[in-house]
Design a protein around this ligand. Structure first.
Ligand code: A2R
Length: 316
């Protein structure tokens, strides 16, 4: 597809780093501009890095004029569910108002890029067992503030695609995991605890939540490959589930992590980690993504788990 100017907004986070690596490997002719918050650092060669706060529309206008992107990946978010309960205003300011600021700037921009808005499997929320695997047309019944903001982003993105002819696609990305993730997802959380236990930094007891729930896990490196393919082939106004299509019990993730541990570890079910209403199974139907892009996940869960654990071992 030749040379493209690519803008990645919110590139200093977990997914951003992997997306930069993926583009540099699979699309070496694409020129990347990556944005970060002033306090953050992006240590990657061969890209342009700049500061951008999406709550300030004038900064977005200036950046779009300067970068003139063909492709725009919007990753910036307040991405913590826990923080979204503690600080709903902040979450709404960044995830909803920030997204609208971006879309308004795109309407004003001379050059209109194709846009991928990153949403979440959390948008489906209280999924009924007979709705699994979940298709994109399923009802959304968000169960937390973060999920509500992503539902809004999705709906507003669709309206701007239809109303203003912008080429906007959205994802609903299910649990993704891998090296470099903050310890909020179970894989990163469990791996960090095991790495700390191995180093003697805590008692040999791992604290866990509901082990019976089944969730759909994909390696972040496969996820970002799907994002690149959607950018190339996705249809404007459409939403695509990004997941493995197979739910795995959290207990089995724990067992795999413990099987790689270098010492005996006891398991403690921590009431603080149990959520009041945990949906028993969440699994994506990925037919739409696969038919559009031909994508399939390539990294198996055990490899992801081993590499995530090794990453934590090198960090704690
Ligand atoms: O909150 P920080 O300082 O870690 O910065 C985050 C950044 N960000 C912003 N960027 C521009 N303007 C803002 N007002 C603003 N507030 C936060 O977005 C962080 O560097 C980035 C998001 O990265 P993570 O929190 O690591 O999320 P991750 O896992 O990379 O997820 C990427 C996307 C997000 O839309 C998630 O909601 C979705 O995938 O799952």
């Amino acid at each position: 597809m030749g040379e493209k100017n690519v803008l990645i907004i919110g590139a200093a986070g977990f997914v951003g780093g992997h997306l930069i690596d993926c583009i540099q490997r699979d699309e070496p002719s694409w020129k990347i501009t990556a944005t970060k918050m002033p306090r953050e650092v992006i240590e990657k060669e061969g890209i342009t890095v700049c500061d951008l706060d999406i709550t300030d529309p004038s900064q977005i206008d200036a950046l779009l004029q300067e970068a003139r992107p063909d492709y725009l990946f919007h990753l910036a978010a307040q991405s913590s569910v826990a923080l979204s309960w503690k600080n709903p205003q902040l979450t709404i300011d960044i995830n909803i108002k920030g997204a609208v600021n971006l879309l308004d700037s795109l309407c004003r921009a001379e050059k209109k890029p194709r846009v991928l808005l990153i949403g979440s499997g959390e948008e489906y929320g209280y999924v009924k067992t007979n709705e699994v695997p979940i298709i994109e047309d399923n009802n959304t019944r968000p169960g937390n503030i973060y999920a509500v903001t992503k539902v809004c982003q999705n709906m507003i993105g669709k309206l701007y695609a239809k109303g203003y002819g912008l080429e906007i696609m959205s994802t609903r990305s299910f649990n993704h995991t891998g090296p470099n993730q903050a310890p909020i997802g179970v894989t990163a959380d469990f791996s960090k605890q095991v790495a700390e236990i191995e180093k003697g930094l805590r008692e040999p007891v791992i604290h866990v939540g509901n082990l019976n729930a089944k969730r759909d896990f994909t390696d972040v490196r496969d996820v970002v490959r799907a994002y690149v393919l959607l950018m190339k082939h996705g249809e404007a106004g459409e939403t695509y589930n990004v997941g493995s299509g197979h739910a795995v019990q959290i207990r089995s993730i724990l067992d795999q992590i413990l099987s790689h541990a270098k010492c005996e570890i006891e398991v403690y079910v921590d009431p603080e980690k149990l959520r009041p209403i945990d949906v028993p199974i969440i699994e994506a139907d990925i037919t739409k993504l696969q038919e559009c892009t031909g994508w399939k996940p390539e990294i198996d869960l055990d490899t992801t788990i081993q590499q995530t654990l090794d990453w934590w071992r090198s960090r704690v």
